[in-house]
Design a protein. Structure first.
Length: 182
């Protein structure tokens, strides 16, 4: 389970650190590739990940949350991709993962205009599956329920689901590379 340690889930890249480090475009690209590697391991690692979201889920925080299989938000959670207003491009996979959740047009709108989603609208567009008073308690409840399920067996009807694609990838020939940090 992913959860916040404070008032906000995650705001992503520390822009002050990024500026102070004086990273080149190549350095930033290398950093982005590491994010992609970590998020891919989460999404395709074979273990369902539940994210208890609260406060800000923006930038790289939204990219991180979008790697989770189930996202539960509390009443005060809001989502955004502010990189565009800061002259940055999303580096952790928003163009793929977030677009996969809410659609390409909504993702582009968030990047270009700074649009924020919150409340029932965030659930209706797909940024979270649940909106509850206590996201962490609900995430634990759902994770416990999922843990009681038998191992994922791939049926024809389930082949298109994200979690069963995860199970299939574990049998993929590349799995040894993934487990070795590829």
């Amino acid at each position: 389970m992913l959860r916040a340690n404070g008032d906000h889930f995650c705001a992503g890249l520390d822009l002050v650190e990024h500026y102070n480090e004086g990273r080149s475009a190549a350095d930033f690209m290398h950093l982005c590739l590491r994010w992609h590697e970590a998020f891919n391991k989460m999404e395709y690692g074979g273990v369902p990940i539940f994210a208890a979201l609260k406060g800000a889920v923006v930038g790289g925080g939204l990219e991180l949350a979008s790697s989770a299989h189930v996202r539960i938000m509390d009443e005060d959670t809001y989502f955004g991709l502010p990189e565009g207003q800061r002259g940055l491009f999303t580096g952790g996979g928003a163009t793929i993962r977030v677009a996969g959740l809410i659609g390409k047009a909504r993702m582009i709108d968030m990047m270009l205009t700074g649009r924020l989603y919150s409340g029932d609208e965030a659930v209706s567009v797909g940024l979270a599956q649940y909106r509850v008073k206590d996201a962490e308690a609900k995430a634990y409840e759902l994770a416990r329920a999922a843990a009681r399920n038998p191992p994922c067996r791939i049926s024809r009807s389930a082949r298109r689901s994200r979690i069963c694609r995860t199970c299939r990838r574990l049998t993929h020939p590349m799995r040894n590379r993934w487990s070795q940090g590829w």
